[in-house]
Design a binder for this molecule. Sequence first.
Ligand code: HEC
Length: 180
Amino acid sequence: MNTKLLTAVLLIGSLFAGGSPAFAAEPDALNQEVQQHDISHQDIPGQNVQLSPDLLALLRAEMVEITAGMKSITYFLAAGDWRAIEETGEKIRHSYIMEMKLTPVQASELEEKLPERFKQLDTEFHQRAGKLSAAAAAHDAELVVFQYSRLLESCTVCHAAYARSRFPGFGSDSPKEHSH
Ligand code: HEC
C-alpha cells in the first residue's frame, strides 16, 4: 500500500471512528462531482466484492483462518489462557489481505477493485485484533471480552456491506423488530 493511500485510509478511518455519516448519503449531484476525486465513490452498500478467482480464493482462505481463530479464542478466554489469546489475536492481525505476499498484478488488482470503505473496514478489523491481543497481554478479562465483541462486530458490518450473496441473512428484507 503506498503512503498516499495509507494516509487516505487512515484519514477515512478517523472520520469513520468519529461517527461521520455514510458517504453514500450524499446527494447524487455531489456524488457526480466528486467521482473524480472522492476515493469513496465505489462504495455501494450491498455490493459484493468483484475479485478474480485467485484473489477471491485468498480472501476466502483468510476468512476461514480468521473464523478458526475466533472460535479458539472463545475457549482460551474461558480458560484464562492469555498467552494463547495474544498469539491468536496477533495471527489475525497479520492475516491482513493487503499485507499478504501478492504478485504485483494481484496487488494492483486489490488496490483498484476493493472499495475504499472495504479497505477501511479491513484495516479497522485488524486494528481491533491488535487491541484484543493487548487486552490479553494485560490479563484483563473484561477488556478482552469487549475487544472480542468489537472484532465480531467488524465481521457483521463488513459482511452486511460486501458479502450479502454469501450471507443472505444480512439482506435488507430481514425483519428488524420482534413482536411480542
Ligand atoms: C473487511 C471485510 C470483512 C471482514 C472484516 C470480515 N469479512 Fe468475512 N468475508 C468478507 C467477504 C467479502 C466475504 C465473501 C467472499 C465471497 O464473495 O465469497 C467473506 C466471507 C467469509 C466467510 C466465508 C468463506 C468461504 O469460504 O466462503 C467466512 C467464514 C467469514 N467471512 C468469516 C469472517 C469472520 C468470522 C470475520 C470476523 C472475525 C470476518 N469474516 C470479517 C469480508 C470480510
